[in-house]
Design a protein around this ligand. Structure first.
Ligand SMILES: O=C(O)CCC(=O)C(=O)O
Ligand SMILES: [Fe+2]
Length: 352
């Protein structure tokens, strides 16, 4: 068990580290704005927040904007986005009208984008008009529908923790959510979906939104340099902030597996890996990475053929997921072969 004091100290160090990081980022944007005092703690739908004429004006401004829209790293080529900093009229309206009206505790706009998901460009799974699961680098995110949901199929904002998709019906409806909640842009499968997304932060970040992401990055770096004990402490810190982050659970399972393999051959860390991996597959039931690490953990703790058979099942499900590349497929097949041989081995030793 990781001592609580250690976790606490890491938390404080992280708070300072992250405050610096986010303040540096928000210094680059549009400056300080006066706002109200209402806290943002959960998702909230704000029907009719913006009027339809404004939505049309924003779309028109994007359409006539040259040079071509900038590229946002979260999205594939099937999602086009334009930074609001390239849209003078929309920027003025957002800063002087919408942002003050939202009355959040945020005192800065970190960034804002107009996104355009077009189903036409979606030829393959990897090129869907979607965004992967992520956190936004901010405290609160406002997402404004710029066109009606009747103009497209699919789409909406998916929240990982409860696997719900929020779809806004009318142009001008909005969704306000804490930026640290892991979410994705669900695939638009027909037509075109337009949204304005604005990321709001606080300059004095006392209630920092994004510890889990920063801890996760530090855990990853610690694991890369072979500092497995620290990697595990950092995973624990991140999980203390967000126990339902699937990618983090995968990472924690990998670190525990590494410790078991490299240093501590006892069942302790293997059991821990299995615990994290099982939780990861609950949060991300269709993730090849989660299923793979679960298969490995299940295999390495298997004492009976039924346990090893469960590893084979998980690996089969991983092999059935969409969007695998050749290397992932080969690694999964290899683990599956070992699992199949382990089932046979355990059956043999038992029958003797
Ligand atoms: O399409 C959506 O609703 C989500 C967009 C989003 O999460 C983002 O741009 O950060
Ligand atoms: Fe987002």
């Amino acid at each position: 068990r990781v001592p609580e004091a250690l976790v606490h100290n890491e938390m404080r160090a992280n708070e300072r580290y992250h405050a610096r990081e986010v303040v540096a980022a928000s210094d680059a944007v549009w400056g300080r704005l006066a706002v109200g005092r209402e806290d943002v703690t959960a998702c909230r739908i704000l029907p009719g927040l913006v009027d339809g004429d404004r939505c049309r004006l924003i779309i028109e401004e994007v359409r006539r904007t040259r040079p071509p829209p900038s590229t946002f790293t979260m999205s594939g080529r099937n999602v086009r986005e334009t930074h609001v900093s390239d849209l003078p009229e929309t920027k003025r309206w957002l800063r002087d009208e919408l942002f003050p009206r939202l009355n959040t505790t945020c005192d800065a706009l970190y960034d804002a984008l107009v996104l355009r998901y077009n189903a036409e460009y979606s030829h393959s799974h990897a090129a869907r008009a979607a965004q992967p699961v992520h956190r936004d680098d901010a405290v609160a995110t406002i997402n404004v529908a710029l066109n009606d949901a009747s103009e497209y199929a699919g789409g909406g904002t998916r929240f990982e923790a409860d696997d719900t998709v929020v779809k806004l019906a009318r142009a001008g409806d909005a969704l306000l959510h804490p930026s640290h909640l892991r979410h994705a842009g669900a695939a638009t499968t027909r037509g075109e979906r337009w949204v304005l997304v604005a990321f709001m932060t606080r300059r004095a970040l006392r209630d920092i939104s994004d510890h889990a992401r920063v801890f996760h990055a530090r855990a990853f770096a610690a694991r890369q340099r072979g500092d497995l004990d620290n990697a595990l402490v950092l995973c624990r810190c991140a999980l203390a902030v967000d126990s339902r982050d699937g990618e983090l659970l995968v990472q924690a399972a990998k670190v525990s597996t590494d410790i078991a393999d490299v240093r501590d051959g006892t069942l302790r860390y293997r059991a821990l890996a299995l615990l994290y991996a099982a939780r990861a597959t609950k949060v991300l039931p269709r993730s090849a990475a989660a299923l793979h690490v679960f298969g490995l953990a299940r295999l390495r703790t298997a004492r009976r053929p039924a346990n090893a058979a469960r590893a084979v099942q998980a690996l089969d499900r991983a092999l059935g997921t969409e969007g695998l590349d050749a290397a992932q497929r080969a690694a999964l097949r290899q683990t599956r072969d070992i699992a199949v041989r382990t089932v046979a081995f355990l059956e043999n030793t038992r029958s003797r």
